[in-house]
Design a protein around this ligand. Structure first.
Ligand code: ZN
Length: 67
């Protein structure tokens, strides 16, 4: 089980997902200003840390996949 951190600069939001969350796109390599960037993080501790360290104003854990 891995985690995916989604950072959308346009809406100043960082969201942590599990890698199998339906909201995580097939191709996480693709990104732009609106869709934001997707970063895969294998380790749970590091995933939580990455969310904390995010520059985004709003930080949350996905309510759908509950990482
Ligand atoms: Zn999710």
């Amino acid at each position: 089980m891995a985690y995916v951190l989604h950072t959308a600069q346009a809406i100043e939001r960082a969201t942590l997902h599990r890698d199998r969350c339906p909201e995580v796109p097939e191709n996480i390599q693709y990104h732009d200003l609106w869709t934001g960037t997707w970063q895969e993080i294998v380790d749970k501790e590091k995933a939580y840390e990455a969310l904390e360290l995010s520059m985004a104003k709003f930080k949350k854990k996905c309510p759908l996949c509950k990482p």
